[in-house]
Design a protein around this ligand. Structure first.
Ligand code: NAD
Ligand code: TDX
Length: 335
């Protein structure tokens, strides 16, 4: 079985490649990745002899057509993925997330291939802190940011191609991932690497926003469960009951790294900052029998801190440029 993994040099995609090669000897992989600032060849170190790595864009229709024709299954991770970037420069999000997904859909339609589309819980908008509700597969779409609106658009394209052209596709919407090989622009690795650099963590606004954390390996095991057992045309929500507010995450990082619990700074809030995400993953658990394997968020966080301590060679090249970008954003926001 040959699997085409788009975005396979990014955070979740590269972990998917490593997990798949370690657990599925029958699978051969082709990675298609544009190697944007978020893609890293170093994330695929050690897999080169078992995976073909193609540098290319998912909006390149000829390239996509050829690679799709040569595979049995497409797992589509490639995206512009960072909310803050989508606020400063939305166009790459429309291009990659919407036009790129359209380009893949047309190729899988032509060649009759199976597609699994990776999406996010952010398409459902946000919840109040005291709302007992969680997102389910029936929650109406209500995205807030340019990022989440383009992910919502890509999901709707997939649904339309299933209904109109009988494309064999499934969709998953997952909550916030953490783990190794996540770009240092994202919340958890940004704060871990700040502490390693002797810099205080930066908390947006009041820090009470809640995210529903899941370890990236649990996400990717769920993706394989859906590929193996999911019903074509259906959507499955992935989450591990990991709701934690941002201030607690920063406290945990500081404590696990031997710092004072209050050694952090509040900075200007993100525009339109979603308050809370929470996933009800009952459908995936009861219908397909998936459950998360990571025992707790704190244990996963400790393992993630250890990974960043041991892999400075991986994150150092991207740290300065990321912090320069944040300094610029903060100076614009505080004007
Ligand atoms: P990432 O930014 O780490 O990786 C994205 C990858 O896509 C990079 O390797 C990049 O080079 C590649 N890419 C970008 N534009 C491309 C293009 N035009 N053509 C080919 N490749 C391109 O993102 P991630 O956090 O690994 O997210 C992967 C997927 O999972 C995304 O679809 C995202 O929406 C979704 N998701 C992420 C999370 C999360 O917490 N990170 C949660 C739920 C869903
Ligand atoms: O320095 C920071 N300080 C801070 O308080 C950063 C970078 C973030 N935050 C806050 C904003 C959010 O409330 O932390 C929370 C998490 O922020 P991000 O890591 O940027 O993630 P989020 O915006 O929640 O989106 C993530 O989860 C859903 C991924 O980036 C998306 O790709 C995914 O779809």
């Amino acid at each position: 079985m040959r699997v085409l993994v788009t975005g396979g040099a990014g955070f979740i995609g590269s972990n998917f490649v490593h997990l798949t090669l370690a657990t599925r000897p029958e699978v051969e992989i082709t990675v298609l990745d544009a190697m944007t600032y978020a893609g890293s060849r170093a994330s695929l170190a050690g897999v080169e002899d078992r995976a073909e790595i193609v540098r290319g864009d998912i909006t390149d229709a000829d390239l996509v057509d050829r690679l799709v024709s040569q595979c049995d299954l497409v797992v589509h991770f490639a995206a512009e993925s960072h909310n803050d970037n989508s606020l400063s420069e939305p166009w790459p999000f429309v291009h990659t997330n919407v036009v790129g997904t359209y380009t893949l859909l047309e190729a899988v339609r032509r060649h009759g291939r199976r597609l699994h589309h990776i999406s996010t819980d952010e398409v459902y908008g946000d919840l109040e802190l005291d709302d007992p509700a969680r997102f389910t597969e029936a929650t109406p779409y209500n995205p807030s940011s340019p990022y989440s609106s383009t992910k919502g658009a890509s999901d709707l394209l997939v649904r339309a191609w299933v209904r109109s052209f009988r494309v064999d596709a499934t969709i998953s919407n997952c909550s916030n991932n953490y783990g190794p090989r996540q770009h240092v622009e994202k919340f958890i690795p940004r704060q871990i690497t700040n502490v390693l650099d002797g810099v205080r963590p930066k908390l947006y606004g009041d820090g009470l926003n809640v995210r529903d954390w899941i370890h990236v390996d649990d996400h990717n095991r769920a993706v394989w469960t859906i590929i193996d057992k999911g019903e074509i045309g259906e959507t499955y929500l992935i989450g591990a009951d990991g709701e934690v507010d941002n201030r607690t995450v920063v406290h945990d990082i500081l404590e696990l790294m031997g710092q004072g619990a209050d050694d952090y700074d509040h900075v200007t809030d993100r525009a339109g900052h979603d308050r809370r995400y929470a996933i009800d993953s009952s459908r995936l658990r009861t219908e397909l029998g998936w459950s998360p394997e990571y025992p707790s968020f704190r244990e996963g966080l400790a393992a993630t801190i250890a990974w960043y301590r041991q892999h400075e060679d991986w994150w150092r090249p991207m740290k300065d440029a990321t912090e320069r970008k944040y300094a610029l954003t903060q100076s614009v926001l505080s004007r």
